[in-house]
Design a protein around this ligand. Structure first.
Ligand code: PAF
Length: 277
């Protein structure tokens, strides 16, 4: 496995490769990332993973400075998962000057849910992902469904800019108790880690209620929010939406229930796809 830090080195290694499969990450890797690498191996070669903590997608009060940087460990994990090339640029390499050209995803998709609570987040994500795509020029790129809205925003960007890249979605990897794997789970202390499973449990209860005929979406959402709040969570949203465009539920359309909530100072997100009611 080669580890490169500059765009020039990456381009020279990848010159002439038409079937590159790409896994963008911010490092501090877990099984979820590694399963995307394994999926990438079945889609193309070489497999490139990027590790870059992207300042543009963090608000000033968020955890950019404290986000865990674990390059050595990440590279070992990537080597074990069969990655061929790690692209780990410095901030100066990827943003040698202030990034004044940015990608503005459409408000109806990017200013709701995560975008509502993290204004500018998807502009930061799209801008870095487009730039990484330009560096790697992959044929396929892998994104986890754990970041459901991000996956959708990226798919639309690729479509609207006619990028010749197939976006492949990976299922959410979960711990044995159901907690969605996330780099931010590492912020939880033992007590919070035990409590954290309540987020996926709340989503599962909604899935069961919908399967049993529940159709009062607003009540299902607010009951779940109240349940979390009663356990000392600070929920940002629990939202039942159409899978297709994250719009309001419509008869016969598959749904997804998405949630974000803070446990102590750690903000966790999760989602669960539901069949069409
Ligand atoms: O999902 C992530 O880890 C990040 O948002 C991404 C796609 C690597 C862009 O920084």
């Amino acid at each position: 496995m080669q580890i490169v830090h500059t765009i020039a080195d990456l381009r020279s290694i990848l010159a002439g490769q038409a079937k590159t499969a790409f896994v963008p990450t911010m490092g501090n890797l877990h099984e979820g990332h590694l399963s995307l690498v394994q999926m990438a191996r079945s889609h193309g070669a070489p497999v490139v993973a990027s590790i870059f903590v992207n300042r543009l997608q963090f608000a000033p009060h968020e955890d950019f400075d404290t986000y865990p940087r674990t390059l050595e460990r990440d590279c070992e994990l990537l080597r074990g998962a069969g990655c061929d090339i790690v692209f780990a640029p410095s901030e100066r390499e990827l943003y040698p000057e202030p990034q004044r050209y940015t990608v503005q995803p459409p408000a109806e998709l990017a200013d709701i849910l995560e975008g509502h609570f993290r204004p500018g987040f998807f502009t930061g994500v799209c801008t870095v992902v487009l730039k990484l795509f330009n560096c790697v020029q992959p044929r396929y790129a892998m994104f986890g469904k754990k970041d459901y809205q991000q996956l959708m925003v990226i798919r639309r960007m690729v479509k609207q800019f006619a990028l010749p890249i197939g976006i492949v979605a990976g299922e959410t990897s979960r711990a044995a108790d159901g907690l969605a794997l996330s780099s931010r789970n590492g912020y939880l202390d033992a007590e919070q880690r035990a409590e954290a499973v309540q987020l996926s449990a709340a989503l599962r209860r909604i899935a069961e209620a919908v399967a049993a005929g529940g159709r009062d979406w607003a009540k299902l959402e607010s009951d779940a929010m109240a349940g979390l709040a009663a356990r000392d969570w600070k929920p940002d949203y629990v939202a039942i939406r159409r899978q297709h465009d994250l719009g309001e539920p419509a008869p016969g359309e598959p749904l997804v229930v998405l949630a974000a909530a803070k446990l102590g100072s750690t903000r966790l997100i999760d989602n669960l796809e539901l069949p069409a009611p």
